[in-house]
Design a binder for this molecule. Structure first.
Ligand SMILES: O=P(O)(O)OC[C@H]1O[C@H](O)[C@H](O)[C@@H](O)[C@@H]1O
Length: 260
């Protein structure tokens, strides 16, 4: 495998960050923690396509029909929806960030984080002329993808308004994470009970969730409003729990298309 090393990986406790060629020759960054966990991020879309725990088990779902061919979005992993989530605006669904080539930012502004991870990469997206025609704002979007010592994956987004006249802009945004689970009938989501949601399958009508943890019996596509900072996805068959922690992102979408 040929590649570029971004940080020296000397010493047993430090991780490694390498840039290598992925599917169809697209560049990807591979983060590895010495305890065995890893993550992969394609520069195309700043798209995390793999996250493995220290047993080498894949934790993200990527469709076997996923096409790694620009300008198609990659189906699975963690697509970045920016500057528009879904069809909540005039742009194509989920905006353009997931179908743009991002760059590695070797000297990002300092970032205060609550993890001690040294295994990370900073990616940056700036507007292209083509994007400026449909979304006329000047910005710098920085994404840090970090792998923590316990194998935890964290994504931190920073969007800076670089409009010359300081004119504000607004956007909608989501990390559209596809978690890998076993049999969906064995899965429960905790933390969203009793909350209000907009049902995408019913013209975004507003309903209130009942008191029990969520289970799945058919297609689900709901936007939960004002959700807690911690949501858990329990997979009984795999005996595995994903704990999703978030800051600054009030809503949470639960989507299961049922048919792959
Ligand atoms: O097919 P995509 O453009 O990747 O979108 C996939 C899905 O994204 C979100 O979760 C929306 O709520 C769904 O309605 C949509 O189908």
């Amino acid at each position: 495998m040929s590649g570029e090393k971004l940080t020296p990986s000397s010493g047993a406790s430090s991780g490694s960050v390498d840039v290598v060629k992925g599917i169809n020759g697209l560049d990807k960054v591979v983060l590895r923690d010495p305890r065995g966990s890893s993550a992969e991020v394609y520069l195309y879309g700043a798209h995390v396509t793999s996250w493995k725990n220290d047993h080498g088990e894949e934790l993200l779902f990527v469709s076997n029909k996923a096409i790694f061919k620009p300008p198609k979005p990659i189906r699975g992993g963690i697509p970045i929806c920016f500057p528009q989530f879904s069809n909540l605006g005039p742009l194509d669904g989920h905006g353009f960030a997931r179908i743009r080539f991002w760059s590695i930012d070797n000297s990002p502004p300092p970032l205060q984080t609550n993890t001690s991870s040294k295994t990370f990469v900073d990616l940056i997206l700036k507007p292209s002329e083509e994007d400026a025609r449909v979304w006329p704002h000047s910005y710098e979007y920085r994404l840090r993808v970090a792998l923590g010592p316990a194998g935890e994956l964290s994504l931190t987004s920073r969007v800076r308004n670089t409009n010359a006249d300081g004119k504000p802009f607004s956007f909608t945004f989501a990390y559209h994470t596809y978690f890998s689970v076993s049999d969906i009938s064995e899965v429960r989501v905790e933390g969203l009970e009793t909350l209000d949601y907009l049902d995408n399958l019913q013209h975004r009508e507003r309903f209130t969730e009942q008191g029990d943890a969520l289970t799945f019996e058919s297609e689900v596509d709901k936007i939960y409003l004002s959700t807690p900072t911690k949501i858990a996805i329990l997979d009984h068959e795999k005996k595995r729990t994903f704990v999703v922690r978030k800051e600054g992102l009030p809503d949470a979408v639960v989507w299961n298309p049922w048919d792959k």
